[in-house]
Design a protein around this ligand. Structure first.
Ligand SMILES: Nc1ncnc2c1ncn2[C@@H]1O[C@H](COP(=O)(O)OP(=O)(O)OP(=O)(O)O)[C@@H](O)[C@H]1O
Ligand SMILES: [Mg+2]
Length: 240
């Protein structure tokens, strides 16, 4: 989607939320978790979502990631309105456009690093032999070419998260969504994973949206969106 703000240059939006509400539960008993959330994220942005525990960050990420549907409002992703009433269509958009990174890595323990990275290709029906080369290429991109045959238990936390990043990249996503990607890592390793994310953003132009509790890491992002009690209370460009 292209929008031309008054007097400004046309901006290509990767993501746009319009008056999104999310309630859990039914009827009178339902609890509002997101309240009238509207914002846009441009292609290539590197954005932090911050806020206290329970403020709605993961709920917001699940809606951005098309893993959950809003109770009201619209989500535009990569130029198209997402139709949450058609789960297959939403899943297709998700698989084509998004890569996910989680706090606890979500690697399969019995698979090697390259087999974990190649999983999204397996789900797409790609045979084993042609899965390997692209998986190795992604491992190389995250600096782990020499660990391709290690299992997760043989890797450090930072290395595991780099495998997860390679897996997030293998489908060629336009946007990476990371919910506390460094939450299980010590500060030095967290800084390394953050550096890698920044590098991928700069080199590949992939949009990054990450939830973090870490002020220092949020300060390394270009933009900080603050969530409080289900609302966006502040949205600031971070000074370079
Ligand atoms: N499936 C659910 N059913 C009911 N309530 C939920 C559900 N998921 C989340 N909530 C509630 O929504 C609110 C926001 O939760 P959410 O997980 O989005 O917070 P968060 O900002 O990610 O917190 P944290 O920093 O602890 O991860 C919380 O009050 C939580 O209890
Ligand atoms: Mg959360």
């Amino acid at each position: 989607m292209i929008a031309a703000p008054e007097g400004g240059e046309a901006v290509a939006f990767m993501l746009r939320l319009i008056n999104v509400h999310k309630r859990y539960g039914a009827g009178e008993q339902s609890i509002p978790v997101l309240r009238d959330v509207s914002f846009s994220i441009g292609a290539g942005e590197f954005c932090a979502i911050v806020g206290p525990s329970g403020s709605g960050k993961s709920t917001l990420m699940n809606i951005i990631g098309l893993l959950d549907r809003p109770s009201a409002g619209e989500v535009m992703l990569d130029g198209a309105r997402v139709d949450f009433t058609a789960p297959d269509a939403a899943a297709q958009v998700r698989n084509r456009t998004l890569g996910f990174v989680f706090q606890s890595f979500h690697l399969l323990p019995r698979l090697t690093a390259w087999e974990n990275v190649a999983l999204p290709l397996l789900y797409r029906g790609v045979a084993r032999a042609p899965r390997k080369a692209p998986a190795l290429a992604k491992l190389e991109q995250v600096g782990l070419a020499d660990r391709a045959d290690h299992r997760p238990s043989q890797l450090s936390g930072g290395q595991r998260q780099r495998v997860a990043l390679a897996r997030a990249l293998i489908g060629g996503p336009k946007m990476i969504l990371a919910d506390e990607p460094t939450g299980s890592l010590d500060s030095v390793t967290a800084g390394e994973v953050m550096g890698l994310l920044r590098d991928l953003n700069a080199r590949l132009g992939v949009t990054v949206v990450m939830v973090t509790h870490d002020r220092d890491l949020a300060a390394c992002c270009d933009r900080r969106i603050e969530v409080l009690d289900g609302r966006i209370v502040r949205d600031t460009a971070v000074a370079a």
